[in-house]
Write a protein that binds this ligand. Structure first.
Ligand SMILES: [Zn+2]
Length: 295
């Protein structure tokens, strides 16, 4: 068995769309805020090109509608386009019917921009939890093949702490349909899983921790799943008045993201979610994650 290829993804959203800054940037004002998506996307696509790596871009429909050229550029470079929903709402705020409509709207925008119907989905702020488990019924009914929205950690907003941190299969309520769940990577420390798949944690912790986690996963034959955001590659973005903890979460070590991504891309083999999952289906059957165990 060779070393597994790890999955790398970017949630394509603006710095003013993060859940952390909803008070500072109400949705109604988004079109009035200075867009900065070009800065991060340029840095990311250049880095991926230098390292001959394909990634998955989970686009917000809102972004693809206003900047379809970024969908085009990703496609031209051979990257996978997937869905991050339309405008970054928590799934339990959308509700089941609202989520279905949100997915449909985003699919239409992505396809209008030239992408295929998306196979993969990631919810805003990992908001598939036990309170929004119906999301799997919606995703399977719409034909999605994989999801990367469950975060098997303890967190005040999101998280399903008991969930299998590896790749697993989740069934629809009627048991007829299924979808592959590929959570972003966590690492067991004592009885807890700590987040180890990107975001603010990646900027904050020493890179040695990420290297250790990736090597450990390789020794177990398991691919890791990573996520980052374009705004994390934009150290010059405007500073927003916010609480000390909000600012820390958003701005800590932004200048580290790019060199760290490049270090990972040179040391490890990464690919898009579609590439990693396709490579696996033949050799290792997924374990079955029973929905009964969640209710
Ligand atoms: Zn997001």
């Amino acid at each position: 068995m060779g070393k597994p290829r790890h999955a790398i993804s970017f949630d394509v959203e603006e710095y003013f769309q993060v859940a952390n800054f909803t008070a500072q940037f109400p949705r109604a004002d988004w079109d009035k805020v200075e867009p900065r998506i070009d800065v991060g996307m340029t840095a990311i696509l250049d880095a991926l090109k230098r390292h001959k790596t394909h990634a998955t871009f989970f686009f917000l429909g809102w972004i693809a509608e206003r900047h379809p050229e970024w969908v085009t550029r990703c496609l031209e470079a051979g990257h996978e386009i997937a869905s991050h929903g339309y405008d970054h709402q928590f799934l339990w705020d959308l509700g089941q019917a609202g989520f279905d409509a949100d997915l449909a709207r985003t699919e239409e925008i992505l396809m209008k921009a030239g992408a295929e119907r998306p196979k993969g989905f990631r919810a805003c702020t990992f908001t598939i939890t036990e309170r929004s488990w119906w999301a799997f019924d919606v995703l399977t009914a719409r034909g999605y093949e994989y999801d990367s929205s469950v975060h098997p950690v303890r967190h005040p907003v999101y998280g399903v702490p008991g969930f299998d941190p590896g790749i697993s299969t989740v069934h629809s309520a009627d048991g007829r349909l299924s979808i592959t769940e590929f959570p972003v990577t966590t690492y067991p420390v004592g009885k807890r899983n700590i987040p180890a798949g990107g975001g603010g944690y990646f900027r904050l912790y020493p890179l040695a921790i990420t290297r250790h986690v990736l090597r450990r996963m390789e020794s177990l034959g398991r691919p890791a799943a990573f996520y980052m955001h374009p705004w994390e590659f934009d150290p010059a973005q405007p500073r927003v008045p916010a609480s000390r903890s909000q600012r820390f979460r958003h701005y800590v070590s932004l200048s580290r993201t790019l060199p760290r991504l490049e270090a990972l891309l040179s040391e490890f083999d990464f690919g898009s979610f579609a590439e990693v999952l396709q490579g696996r289906s033949a050799e290792s059957p997924n374990t079955d994650q029973l929905r009964d165990s969640r209710s």
